[in-house]
Design a protein around this ligand. Structure first.
Ligand SMILES: *[C@@H]1O[C@H](CO)[C@@H](O)[C@H](O)[C@H]1NC(C)=O
Length: 403
């Protein structure tokens, strides 16, 4: 039953279409110029050798690119550009005298119907050929052919994550013609080979530099485009660098607290935990396809070591702080030397005994000696740690590069 209906509808459709066709045969409602153009097209396409190269010599093909957009795919592995490619060349078989065709001096033909130069794109995954499908080419009466296909190319870039999140990628696209294949010689039209017109600002990335290079060996012509693409790292940097610095500051700040104070150890442990969690967090955010380690990670790793060291120092100082045995002589002379020199002005914080006046003078003296000694050790280790942080900051924290 259903198939009957389908068959019947096909019959109706067929009758309808044929009636339309016969109508258009009876009344030719094409305009005069359309008729001329059709005649011209038929004549241009009548040539048997129209898929052969235009001449036995080289055909010079001027080529230039205009970038439309770009983006990264698959975990930043694959760089894709989409561009208009302007190609033009002369094909003397496609000429006519406009006077013989009602003054028509240009016509649009599908690129499938004429010879087009074959440009290869050499990518790491092999060689893929240009795709002109669905593109119209403009042909003038003098035989100048202009095609502007829109094409998409992909490549794999070399990444250096050292400066992450301000890292850059170096992406190269290589094109060329196969030697002796269709005798096309590609010549880059514009001085830089590719135009941008604002397309250099992509999602999350910016093309900060691009260049072309051409190599011209015996027969084949090769040219390549080099894009230096930089991550828009400002937002990421705020999320990565600011917390790292705050965590380092916690470590240094806690060194100024009294060792008797439980807050000091608490802060250090909190900082240590924070650094571990933060390291995990960054690790999951990182793009993973590079061999080199981002220096931010090195900064955090060293910061963890410094925090562990501070915790160790805190334990040692707590031990010294609460000693009751009389200190050996060298500690007394050391304290004296330090506190009689100018160093006494810079030792900070300098801890004092917690005013328990009840204990005898002797005991007080012993305590003061140990506490002074602990203050000096604390000051020295704090300075060294702070200095190390400053050095680490200048070495490891990536700065926004300027191009
Ligand atoms: C990018 O890579 C190409 C070739 O791989 C190289 O010639 C060029 O110097 C590189 N550019 C930068 C800035 O690293």
């Amino acid at each position: 039953m259903l198939s009957d209906i389908v068959a019947l509808s096909f019959v109706w459709l067929f009758l309808f279409v044929t009636s339309l066709r016969s109508q258009s045969c009876v009344i030719d409602n094409r305009s005069l110029s359309t008729a001329w153009e059709q005649k011209l097209r038929e004549e241009l396409m009548s040539c048997d050798s129209r898929y052969q190269p235009p001449s036995i010599n080289e055909t010079v093909v001027k080529i230039s690119f205009t970038l439309k957009s770009f983006y990264f795919e698959n975990d930043e592995e694959i760089f894709t550009i989409s561009s208009w490619v302007f190609l033009n060349w002369d094909d003397l078989r496609l000429t006519w005298n406009p006077d013989h065709y009602d003054g028509i001096n240009e016509v649009i033909l599908s690129s499938m119907k004429i010879w087009t130069p074959k440009l290869s794109h050499y990518s790491s995954s092999g060689e893929d050929e240009f795709d002109y499908i669905m593109s119209g080419c403009r042909i003038t009466a003098k035989g100048r052919v202009t095609c502007i296909p829109r094409v998409v190319h992909q490549t794999v870039c070399s990444t250096k994550l050292t400066n992450w999140p301000y890292d850059t990628q170096n992406c190269t696209f290589e094109f060329g013609s196969k030697p002796g294949f269709d005798r096309a010689k590609f010549v880059l039209g514009s001085p830089r080979g590719i135009k941008m017109f604002g397309a250099e600002y992509g999602p999350g990335w910016t093309i900060v530099d691009f260049s072309k290079s051409e190599s011209n060996d015996s027969k084949s012509v090769k040219f390549s485009f080099n894009f230096i693409v930089q991550r828009e790292g400002v937002g990421l940097a705020a999320l990565v660098i600011v917390p790292s610095l705050i965590l380092s500051l916690i470590t240094v700040m806690s060194m100024t607290l009294n060792v008797e104070d439980k807050i000091r150890l608490g802060m250090l442990c909190f900082g240590l935990l924070g650094q571990f969690i933060f390291l995990q967090e960054i690790n999951s955010d990182l793009p993973k396809h590079s061999a080199d380690t981002p220096t931010v990670l090195l900064y955090l790793r060293s910061s963890i070591v410094l925090t562990l060291l501070s915790i160790g120092i805190t334990f040692v100082l707590t031990h010294l702080y609460t000693r009751c045995k009389p200190p050996p002589n060298f500690i007394l002379t050391f304290n004296e030397k330090v506190f009689e020199s100018y160093a006494r002005y810079i030792i900070w914080p300098k801890w004092n005994t917690t005013g328990e006046n009840k204990i005898g003078d002797d005991v007080n003296k012993i305590l003061t000696a140990w506490i002074d000694f602990a203050s000096i050790i604390n000051f020295v280790s704090m300075s060294i740690i702070a200095l190390t942080y400053i050095v680490m900051y200048t070495i490891y924290i990536p700065k926004k590069p300027d191009f």
